[in-house]
Design a protein around this ligand. Sequence first.
Ligand code: GTR
Length: 425
Amino acid sequence: MMKRTLLIYIALIATASMSGQNKNAPVNYDESKVPTFEVPNPLICKDGRRIETAKQWEKMRRPELLRMFGELEYGVTPQNTGIRVKHELVASNPNAMGGLATQKQVLFHFIGKNGRTLQALLLLYIPNFTKGRVPVIVSYNFHGNQTTTLQEDVIFSPSKELMKSAGSEKWVRGEQASRWSYELALQRGYAVATMNYHDIYPDSPDLRKYGIATLLPDYKEDSREADEWGAIGIWAWGYSRMADYLEKDKRIDKNRMVVLGHSRLGKTALWAGVQDERFRVVISNNSGCGGAALSKRVFGENIARITANFPHWFCPAFNIYSENEAALPFDQHELLALVAPRHVYVASAEDDQWADPRGEYLSAYYTGPVYQLYNMQGLPSDTQPPVHQPQHFDVGYHIREGKHDVTAYDWQCYLDFCDKVFSRQ
Ligand code: GTR
């Protein structure tokens, strides 16, 4: 039986890699055209065994699902990369943001066993008004640390030159500041750490040769194994490296680390948070297809489109499900459920139909049975709440008006949720 499954699997991979992906696959925005499908039951193992206790979940089903998401979607995270990391404090300011925060800028030197090196720059703000250890929100930025604030002392992220030459024009200081509610978070006693995701893997199919993958001994420039990690997997690994640094900082409370990501980085935050249990709260902001949204609804962005437009994000095996979501042996609610008994939060935006807000909600809702194993409370109803009515149980959700973005409203909701979670510890 095992052998047969394996053979079918290999045959499928071969077919998928031959057929190529479809950039023009139709996109559905009509709720009445969502295919009928059965939501996979997270509590039934592949061999049919039914999970009844948290212990069984952790022993049998959780590892099984984790393996499937690795082998079939994001790629398997190497257990031993052999990469050494050195941290160099390159700048600091005890009076940043008008005295509100202490700022630190830490250069990460990644050193591969093959002698190759790579650098990434962390920007950290720690609130000054409170003493002792504080919770931290860890979140990648899209266009460099310098875009997240107008503060003049923030150094440009190292990948700036590479990405500019690759055509990205958004590297201007403060350009993304509306997405970073630093003051709000700091005033509420949270530290915030950010890094540019291009430092870890420059986000383009032809720029893999400048990223972390090249530091691995078995790196091949032109091909990837069916289950080899893609960019999302590598960025997720980077989130864990940020956690390594932060948990050693004397001002950071390693039991209150939060990972937050928007869009492709929301997909990344989920995959990072699932694998790295040091993140107590895992927040997906508008992560959509391959993130929080249920794939089997095939609403908005779908697997054919995402694997065609971003062939480097997932592992090659994920292509099997292009225009074939029905064949997926899991769905994204089972990814979210892997965060339990920690806390997962999903946020949508009303006008972000590409990310399928309803599919994102349902996915968060369908984690319920897993949270129940821990006597924790998931979302109470399969009806999506109206805009601006956040649902903060052990699982969190909100939908706000407006477009695909991260806003001060989103930050406020996240901070409220984290306060609630951490006050119960
Ligand atoms: C879109 C992509 C989405 C989402 C978004 C983003 O082009 O289709 O899956 O990740 O980019 O990251 O901003």
